[in-house]
Design a protein around this ligand. Structure first.
Ligand SMILES: NC(=O)c1ccc[n+]([C@@H]2O[C@H](COP(=O)([O-])OP(=O)(O)OC[C@H]3O[C@@H](n4cnc5c(N)ncnc54)[C@H](O)[C@@H]3O)[C@@H](O)[C@H]2O)c1
Ligand SMILES: O=C(O)C(=O)C[C@]1(C(=O)O)C=C[C@@H](O)C=C1
Length: 366
């Protein structure tokens, strides 16, 4: 049965879910946001079926309310929902990156019309706002659900049914284990990425040429340092106990590493790097999740005008769409590598064939 879904917070995540659910045509979507411009964008781009500037009025039309605001704002919205007299029962869910504070807020709800189901789609981007929303953002991504306190399988199944068009894979976790795991594979890496950027910025005072040497490796590991600072401060604050513990653990590990470097412990260092490589290589690559996976190919192209355009045009002529392009290293007058990312293995293989047929040196690397 078609549901009325209110999405409160139409940024990257709320906008992406709204876009997906509206495209599916199976349910009716209503968008609410504190920013008028966001609502105008959502309306003029057909991201929702209807927009509202009045939260309390909009919730009365909804069967399902999806809160997609920053964590602190999500808690405030939950508190506001608790004071509303509903004309029917509603499912309320959220997308916040830290779950314990949200489930603690759910425990404080006294409104009998509300069934609260925690949620967290494990995909995203360093971009923010509705302009960056993509309807396929959660395809194959893990979507964590925290069932309601008064376990209600029927309502959890209804929510899964509504969200299934996103292409996510649902898993049920407890809030604490969720926060510990996302602490390790999502929140803590953000701290480290920002700290690496600070280190580079500091050393630029000594070597002004330094940014020019920041090639693929530095850019790969620090991409997420370009994320929304306010959102990440909110995440760090709400998961501060786990992050403080992880930082302590990391500082000790760095001390051990320093000792391996200072004493030139060659064998131990190789083992350390090998263990990391084996674990990283063994991560589930063909799914999005903590580590998004792409189906990449590497193409050698010459540094000459139009070289990049020729590759893109060849693939476009075959109606192949590229998810991401990165120029890894092209030096004047020499060949260099281009990394093209595709969404499936089939498209990756088809692209490889097209490029080989036109004389390009292209490879798939593990
Ligand atoms: N960005 C990611 O990679 C990612 C991934 C998964 C989950 N999340 C979670 O999703 C939530 C939203 O993050 P985002 O990346 O979409 O941020 P965003 O900044 O792109 O969007 C947030 C939106 O919420 C709106 N908003 C703020 N306060 C509001 C309120 N009181 N009522 C209604 N709308 C309000 C803002 O105007 C904005 O449009 C956060 O809780 C975050 O933890 C983020
Ligand atoms: O891909 C990114 O840029 C993200 O930061 C996405 C990411 C992550 O850390 O993997 C960030 C926060 C979320 O709660 C879930 C996903």
């Amino acid at each position: 049965m078609s549901q009325n879904i209110l999405i409160a917070g139409l940024g990257l995540i709320g906008g992406s879910i709204a876009k997906n659910l509206t495209e599916s045509g199976q349910n009716y979507t209503i968008g609410y946001d504190v920013k008028k411009k966001t609502l105008e964008f959502a309306s003029s781009n057909g991201i929702v079926n209807e927009t509202s500037t009045d939260f309390k009025e909009a919730v009365q039309k909804a069967d399902i309310i999806l809160l997609a605001a920053p964590i602190s704002e999500t808690i405030r919205l939950m508190e506001s929902l608790d004071t509303i007299t509903f004309t029917k029962d509603v499912i309320v869910t959220d997308v916040a990156s830290v779950k314990s504070p949200i489930i603690n807020a759910a425990k404080r709800l006294t409104n009998k019309s509300i069934t609260f189901i925690g949620g967290h789609p494990m995909a995203g981007s360093h971009k923010r706002g509705i302009e960056a929303a993509k309807s396929h953002l959660f395809e194959n991504a893990i979507y964590v659900l925290i069932p309601p306190l008064q376990n209600d399988e029927g309502k959890v199944n209804l929510l899964k049914e509504v969200l299934q068009h996103t292409g996510s894979k649902f898993v049920v976790l407890r809030p604490d284990e969720h926060d510990e795991m996302t602490g390790v594979v999502s929140h803590f890496p953000h701290l480290i990425a920002s700290s690496l950027v600070h280190q580079a910025k500091k050393w630029q005072n000594t070597h002004s040429f330094l940014p020019n040497l920041a090639a693929g490796g530095f850019r790969d590991i620090t991409r997420i340092a370009s994320s929304n600072p306010k959102m990440w401060q909110d995440i760090f604050y709400h998961n501060r106990d786990k992050l403080s513990y992880l930082l302590g653990e990391w500082i000790n590990e760095m001390k051990d590493l320093k000792s391996l470097i200072d004493k030139n412990e060659k064998t131990k260092m190789i083992t350390y790097l090998e263990n990391a490589k084996n674990y990283r290589d063994g991560l589930p690559e063909k799914e999005k999740g903590a580590i998004p996976s792409f189906f990449d190919i590497y193409v050698d192209i010459r540094d000459q005008p139009g070289a990049l355009a020729s590759v893109v045009l060849l693939l476009a002529n075959k109606k192949i769409s590229i998810n991401n392009i990165q120029i890894l290293e092209i030096r004047e007058g020499l060949t260099g590598a281009l990394r093209l990312s595709f969404s499936t293995k089939e498209i990756q293989e088809a692209s490889l064939e097209v490029l080989h047929n036109h004389g390009y040196e292209a490879t798939i690397q593990d």
